[in-house]
Design a protein around this ligand. Sequence first.
Ligand SMILES: *Cc1c(COP(=O)(O)O)cnc(C)c1O
Length: 345
Amino acid sequence: MKTLEQLVRPNIKSLKPYSSARDEYSGEEAIFLDANENPFNAPYNRYPDPYQRKLKKRIAEIKAVSSDRIFLGNGSDEAIDLAFRAFCEPGIDNVLTIDPTYGMYQVAADINNIETRKVKLNADFNLDVNGLLAAADENSKLLFICSPNNPTGNSFKRADIITLLEKFEGIVILDEAYIDFVPEKSFLNELLNYPKLIILQTFSKAWGMAGIRLGMAFASPEIITVFNHIKYPYNINQLTQDKALELLKSEDAKDKWVEVLLKQREIMAEKLTGYPFVQKIYPSDANYLLIKTAAPKDIYHFLVEQNVIVRDRSSVSLCEGCLRITVGSEEENKALFDGLDRYNG
Ligand SMILES: *Cc1c(COP(=O)(O)O)cnc(C)c1O
């Protein structure tokens, strides 16, 4: 098996990272004349903690993962991009993704000039484990698995993910953006067994904080150190750190929202079965439903006219005829049903 040492790009391994004023001295009660800040307009006159220690301490408690295994980014998107910059040599290396899946992996690959090798899911949306392993070669550095998967909504079998972790030579990035909506356990408790596993979670979905842009990556301390060396020094601004700490005082709000949304998802699935133009509702482990219809574009545009916006996924692999509908509040979902009631093909 390749070691982490062998996977990190040579230029990153030999990088001398930027050392900020707050790297060199990070105590609290001091007179700071080291960063050319303005002494007025506290607290936002100061640069934020580059390593977000307070916030990570709280996240470490909630997730039962030690702080040195946590990286915080400007959304999960930052961690995805950093993984390319840390491990993939432009024009030479490649990454593996399932198909269909979240579009950002491919975009980040394209920006970094890295080939994406897409391996279709099976017809039942399960992982083609052998296909993924067969698509890999010695330049395959990353394997992206999104579970529950966007847009299909299903989670993958734990045993299949374990097989990939055991057999893939590179880094496995497991995107758990929707993990709070699933009864099954996160892979966080497997971090110690798999030093080349990166788990992504986010504050954008169950936590209801997409607006503050805060994503989490959990991995070995060695991978977190690599990310810390290449990130922008002050990547998480003070407002975001403060707001996240405020919401993380308790998990009650998140748990309540999840409960409401799961109930609403059930109601939505039930209600959608009643429309003759809805051919199939795929089982979902997330806060959205993928549905197959006879006329996806027509329904999409009709709903837009009713001021209800869903996602047209009909041009995505294996999703012919499909719309992806986010589970909203009871009132929002009623607006969707009212719109669909008026639609008659
Ligand atoms: C929504 C989503 C995210 C969240 O991205 P952020 O940049 O953290 O907002 C990550 N992965 C998947 C698969 C998603 O659907």
